[in-house]
Design a protein around this ligand. Structure first.
Ligand code: NAD
Ligand code: UDX
Length: 482
């Protein structure tokens, strides 16, 4: 079989960009991305795509209506597909067995049942969602139990390694593509079909093939090890503050060791408010749960500590904000710059900004929020989800369209996302319209702290001690001119 028709179940952050790039690079293949959410599909077919991702608009515009289609007709797309990607969400379970740790596989199971119900010809089913080890086996069980005569399936694991904000570049220039499959002639043939799709733009030596379980575990392992690096550097940030060392210097010195390397230690990427995003926490919890189920308590505890350190870091950062504001934020106005979990995305899933905002609101602060890409409705939804009442949102939360109005008359600014535009703001102007003393908490270590101190700000960050201005700038300027 040569794949001519691809269907992707799930038009989210992974399904949308991944299939858009496949359509771009494989013009002879018809790619249909389907979702059970009609609203999401309508957005994919509009001028305002449902997700913000640099470069995505251009790719979609180049292919949509030619060989790339977004549809809510899942049945038709499944029927005509030779190969089906399952790119549905796999959130952490919020109830029942494994609550708070195990991934909820109901959407994967739902997708498998849908395929089994509808398929009338042979299909290669590709697990693109991040799943626990052995999920392919469960999918196969569902498919086989509902198999029509004459229809056969092959299941492949093909985890996605893209990061949000750089998805298109990550897809076009992937470090590697990983494909796991059954160790049989039919399994190998299916792997080869998927290899041929990626070979349109990824060199063969970067396409790794392995068995299904290794592939599934590799995805969890990669995310766990990336997150572990951030927790490690964040744990050292506390040691720096206690000793007078500077985390930026430590990270640079450590990263220059070629065995370690600078990525995910880079000062300008530090998530000193704790890492966020839809994947890290969920996937490590998944790994912890697997270890527990396999009766490997020490291994479970080791990976759990990566999450615990991240929780501690979020708490440490927010506690620092409150402590520096004379131990009370009640009645104070605080400007939060950035709500997305990282720059170049409008995604707020597990964003540390949600925790910061909730804690400040619980302590009685009024907050003003500005993020260049996050929709207002999303911010309200996130705050409600963590238990902030509608009344408190109405009375204590304001959303703004720019950083200058968001920070007006604030006692403090908290930088939660490393958006480039925050680096080049006119902080003199911002300072002038803030309450004094004016505080800035740089949760991303992106600002020029010497400049801020010169202006008169009290600057706090994580991972280094900063000398604070004891005099108000305006006062000292006046003294000089007298
Ligand atoms: P998402 O929530 O953005 O998108 C998932 C979509 O699947 C939703 O739109 C939902 O409506 C749809 N869906 C659910 N069940 C369906 C069904 N039966 N038929 C059709 N559509 C269905 O999720 P995402 O961020 O794209 O993540 C998808 C998977 O990829 C997850 O397992 C995640 O862990 C993994 N992953 C995500 C990233 C990332 O950066 N977001 C990176 C790598 C891997
Ligand atoms: C992550 C993985 O990187 C990606 O391979 C996987 O497919 C999905 O999960 P993503 O969550 O989109 O991607 O973004 P990533 O760049 O990994 O950032 C995750 C969190 O770590 C963000 O909150 C980010 O700010 C933080 N981070 C990242 C740091 O704190 N420091 C760094 O050096 C890098």
């Amino acid at each position: 079989m040569v794949v001519k028709n691809i269907c992707c179940l799930g038009a989210g952050y992974v399904g949308g960009p991944t299939c858009s790039v496949i359509a771009l690079k494989c013009p002879e293949i018809k790619v249909t991305v389907v979702d059970k959410s009609k609203e999401r599909i309508a957005q994919w077919n509009s001028d305002k795509l449902p997700i913000y991702e640099p470069g995505l608009d251009e790719v979609v515009k180049a292919c949509r209506g030619k060989n790339l289609f977004f549809s809510d007709d899942c049945n038709a797309a499944i029927l005509e597909a030779d190969l089906i990607f399952i790119s549905v969400n796999t959130p952490t379970k919020t109830f029942g067995n494994g609550k708070g740790r195990a991934p909820d596989l109901k959407f994967v199971e739902g997708a498998a049942r849908m395929i089994a119900d509808i398929a009338q010809s042979n299909k290669i089913v590709v697990e693109k969602s991040t799943v626990p080890v052995n999920a392919a086996e469960s999918i196969m069980k569902i498919l086989k139990a509902n198999q029509r005569p004459g229809v056969s399936y092959q299941i492949l694991s093909n985890p996605e390694f893209l990061a949000e904000g750089t998805a298109i570049n990550d897809l076009l220039n992937a470090d590697r593509v990983l494909i796991g499959g059954e160790e049989s002639p039919a399994g190998e043939a299916a792997i080869e079909e998927l290899c041929q799709i990626y070979e349109h733009w990824i060199p063969r030596k970067k396409i790794l093939t392995t068995n299904t379980w290794s592939s599934e575990l590799s995805k969890l392992a990669a995310n766990a090890m990336l997150a572990q690096r951030i927790s490690s550097i964040n744990s050292l940030s506390a040691v720096c503050e206690a000793t007078g060392a500077d985390i930026t210097e430590v990270a640079r010195a450590v990263g220059l060791d070629s065995r370690i390397g600078p990525k995910f230690l880079q000062a300008d990427l530090f998530q000193l408010t704790g890492f966020g995003g839809s994947c890290f926490q969920k996937d490590i919890l998944n790994l912890v749960y697997i270890c527990e189920c396999l009766n490997l308590p020490q291994q479970a505890a080791y990976w759990q500590s990566v999450i615990d350190m991240n929780e501690h870091q979020k708490h440490r950062f927010t506690a620092k904000v409150i402590e520096s504001l004379f131990n009370t934020v009640s009645g104070k106005k605080i400007g939060i710059l950035g709500f997305a979990f990282k720059k170049n995305t409008g995604d707020t899933r597990e964003s540390a900004a949600i925790y910061v905002a909730k804690t400040l609101l619980d302590e009685g602060a009024t907050i003003s929020i500005y993020d260049p890409k996050v929709e207002d409705a999303q911010i309200y939804e996130d705050l409600k989800y963590v238990g902030v009442s509608s009344e408190r949102i109405a009375s204590h939360v304001s959303l703004f369209r720019d950083a200058y109005t968001a920070t007006k008359e604030c006692h403090a600014i908290v930088i939660c996302t490393e958006w480039d535009e925050f680096i080049t703001l006119d902080y003199e102007q911002i300072y002038d319209q803030m309450m004094k003393p004016a505080h800035i908490f740089d949760g991303r270590k992106i600002l020029d702290h010497n400049n801020l101190l010169r202006i008169g700000f009290h600057v706090e960050t994580i991972g280094s001690r900063l000398a604070q201005p004891f005099k108000n700038r305006r006062y000292s300027t006046n003294v000089q001119t007298l």
